[in-house]
Design a protein around this ligand. Structure first.
Ligand SMILES: NC(=O)c1ccc[n+]([C@@H]2O[C@H](COP(=O)([O-])OP(=O)(O)OC[C@H]3O[C@@H](n4cnc5c(N)ncnc54)[C@H](O)[C@@H]3O)[C@@H](O)[C@H]2O)c1
Length: 384
């Protein structure tokens, strides 16, 4: 409590002393009581909007905070029109104070947009993963970037488990046979396996990676993980997962690889041609982390050659994926649009998290520490 008061006092003191627009710290200052312009960029739900009162993650649902914001005198613009100079988002860039967006339909916040956004103070991600923002440019401009850390960890870990099973059991060809009026057991069975006894490795064992390992434990697999940090020894023992310090040494051991790191300068293109070649022939890959962690063409080539035996995930580069994105047409893929972290349960959690942070922003209070991605010119450790 005392710490929180001290932090609030420090921020207020800063706000009166740092008036110079040349200071990079100016724009990170929390709000005063005046009316703010808040813009939300979400996916549009159209005919699905009215089908569930808890469907708050779309344009129409607007995170369920419109009445609350407007009753306090703030302006709240919500749109899905985010690309290009003629977009609705672009119109509001020069005078918005807060931009809320979501990884499922990301507003790409480039250095150019940050430069134009003279009033911008706060970038909030409704979900987890803020790589749609040029984080270095945001840090240099003194902006605060925050996400609802933990909000959809369960949703993603469950989805990854489903994708692992879909690939290992060769589920999709069977489904397509049924839809197409066919019946060919051999066409599925020649490459369908049990999960038990297989080696599964996660690249990244943060919140989602750890939960996936916990969920996998009852399947009696060999569990490996690579991360910059070791899991707490007690939990590691409980899960029975083995730490692999060297990623390249882990790759040839894995029947299934799951990617669970953020997209950073270090992980962009991490799975290029050379690294994929180090994986076991026929490896199954699940990637719900970010599309750009993979080299797009290297994945296509390896799926074509059979070096990757199956690829599933919900993340693409860019999003929405264009109609001609090659991952739509490669063999043995089980891709979907970006959905794993936007279940109705997840939407309610990240909407509540956004409301909480806005409330704190209006009062000049600190956010929960784990939510900060950029604060006072510094990137959070997982993005460095
Ligand atoms: N598909 C979806 O709907 C969805 C939803 C939520 C999150 N995500 C993605 O999943 C990512 C992970 O989420 P989380 O909640 O587990 O985050 P987290 O911060 O709890 O964990 C990330 C882990 O990655 C590790 N890491 C970072 N860089 C690394 C590197 N270069 N090498 C090895 N390990 C590295 C970190 O040490 C950390 O343990 C998010 O950043 C986001 O991109 C996707």
């Amino acid at each position: 409590m005392a710490m929180k008061q001290a932090a609030t006092t420090a921020i207020r003191a800063l706000s009166s002393s740092l008036i110079s627009h040349s200071s990079p710290l100016v724009r990170q200052l929390h709000a005063s009581a005046e009316s703010k312009k808040i813009v939300g960029v979400f996916y549009k739900a159209n005919e699905y909007a009215a089908m569930n009162p808890n469907f708050v993650g779309c344009v129409e649902g607007a995170l369920g905070i419109r009445e609350w914001l407007e009753s306090q005198g703030h302006e709240y613009i919500v749109t899905d029109d985010k690309e290009g100079l003629d977009s609705e988002l672009e119109k509001h860039i020069p005078d918005l104070h807060v931009l809320i967006t979501t990884p499922f339909h990301p507003a790409y916040v480039t250095a150019e947009r940050i430069k134009k956004a003279k009033n911008l103070q706060l970038l909030l991600t409704a979900g987890i993963g803020s790589d749609h923002v040029d984080l270095n440019a945001a840090a240099a401009a003194g902006l605060t970037v925050a996400e609802v850390t933990g909000s959809n960890v369960v949703s993603v870990a469950e989805d990854e488990l489903m994708r692992i099973l879909i690939l290992v059991r060769n589920f999709l060809p069977g489904y397509h046979q049924v839809v197409n009026g066919e019946w060919n057991v051999a066409g599925i069975a020649h490459r369908a396996y049990d999960l038990e006894g297989k080696t599964i490795g996660t690249v990244g064992a943060g919140r989602i990676g750890k939960l996936l390992l916990q969920r996998l434990k009852p399947f009696n697999c060999n569990l490996l993980y690579h991360d910059r940090l070791k899991i707490d020894p007690e939990l590691e023992k409980q899960i029975g997962a083995q730490f692999e310090e060297d990623l390249d040494a882990m790759l040839p051991k894995c029947d299934v690889l799951v990617i669970n790191t953020p997209l950073t300068d270090k992980t962009r293109g991490l799975f290029n041609k050379e690294r994929i070649a180090k994986c076991k022939k026929g490896v199954l890959i699940v990637n719900n982390a970010r599309g750009a962690i993979m080299d797009t063409q290297a994945v296509v080539d390896a799926c074509n050659s059979g070096h990757i035996g199956g690829y599933s995930g919900d993340v693409w580069n860019p999003q929405p994926a264009p109609k001609d994105h090659p991952w739509r047409y490669m063999p043995n893929q089980a891709m979907t649009p970006h959905i794993s972290g936007t279940t109705i349960d997840a939407q309610l959690r990240y909407a509540a998290g956004i409301k909480d942070m806005l409330e704190r922003y209006f009062k000049g209070e600190e956010f929960p520490a784990q939510n900060y991605i950029v604060k006072e010119g510094q990137l959070a450790p997982q993005y460095r």
